[in-house]
Design a protein around this ligand. Sequence first.
Ligand code: ADQ
Length: 459
Amino acid sequence: MGRLIAVSNRTAADPGARAGGLSVAVWESLKSTGGIWFGWTGDIVENPPSDVNVFRDDGVEFVLTDLSPNEYDKYYLQYANSVLWPVLHYRIDLASFDPDAFPAYAAVNERIAGIVADRVEPGDSVWVHDYHFLLLGDSLRSAGWNGPIGFFLHIPFPPPEVFRALSEHQQIARAMCAYSVIGFQSQQDQANFTRYLVDDCGGVDESDGVVNVFSTRVKIAAYPIGIDATGFEEAAKTEKAREAADRIGRFLGGRSLVIGVDRMDYSKGLPERFEAVGRLFSEHPEVRGRVSVTQVAPPSRSKVEEYRELRQMLDGLAGQINGDYGDLDWIPLRYLARSYEREELAGLFRIARVGLVTPLRDGMNLVSKEFVMAQDESDPGVLVLSEFAGAAEQLKAALLVNPHDTGMMADTIHEALTMPLEERQQRWRELRDIVQSQDVAWWRERFLKDLETLHEGSG
Ligand code: ADQ
């Protein structure tokens, strides 16, 4: 294979984006193959210069562009984050539709496609990432690129009944079919998009995930994203990890740690999780004083109104639980609105008895996989996982919960806290085997192999 060309809104060159799962996975992919990464600098400037910012890091070439204030507002904050993000997470109720947003979104996709088109060469494979760039493949074709273009959606794809809430659904689906391969996180997402193409666009579902639609053939498949499993396992054994574990250990004073780590986002189900914690203490009084719950959730996309409301709601719920159940020497629920380094998180996961990963909807959720790889085989913690995270299709040995059912979640956290060692080890080994064998390299290789095969087949 020739060079790999990745395109994503944020890149690993932008420190603000490094915590996210996408940038880590793409970074791992590019470092191992060498290539170019196109995206946004993270800067907003009044008149973005027509030339791009080009530099190299660790064998990867970055080609980045600034956004204008209007692009940032209409493309990024509005269409990507206030329309696509909620709708694709099944939350039409949270979408705010603005008629100027889609044209700006399409224009940014076209502008960035132009930057890519100027630099791709025969033999390259282009891999576009995520909901910011649903239209970019089509723009790249219009700019004359005939080589392979694949697309991977990191967030869920909803059923057609929800997708149709977007006024532009037909236009988006048609443009998406310019990609040779469209990858989703889960079989559920793949099935939803395929059903949309068949029911709404007259597509024919041929064998092996290929759909014949809009006078073209597109491969649609699930490629569940993985983590650098061995790297995370090692991170949990570093000095920094041990220091973080010691620090929280002093606070715990021998109590069991229940941990949650998420970006602060309404898709992560944090209010429901806090309510479940409240019910754990009210309905299972014997755990009072014996368990401390710590939730790490740094604010994200804080300019959007919903996130401010979410923060207030979480502060209120945590205050109420601590007021009702806390004691002179015990804080039942701690909420830390900040970010930690990877090694520190790995150290916290390692000493936790329970990991709470209960999003209302999540493309994959990498925290669940990181929690598994950080565990100590001789005394592993238990993963409580939402059935609505993409990861639930793979991590069947976790305790699966419905995140809307706070009573069930409370009972499941209790079950996790009291699970015998033998069952914990048995479940953990099953989870570890999957996370280790289906890691980030497995994800990348499966996707790129299909992209190569499909392109050869079409040429
Ligand atoms: P995210 O919604 O960002 O990713 P996730 O998959 O959980 O969700 O990845 C988050 C990453 O950020 C993890 O590596 C985690 O360790 C890190 N992180 C979270 N909180 C942190 C904190 N407080 N401090 C430091 N690091 C923190 C999107 C989709 C997911 C999909 C990924 C990858 O929403 O569904 O799994 O992309 O495809």
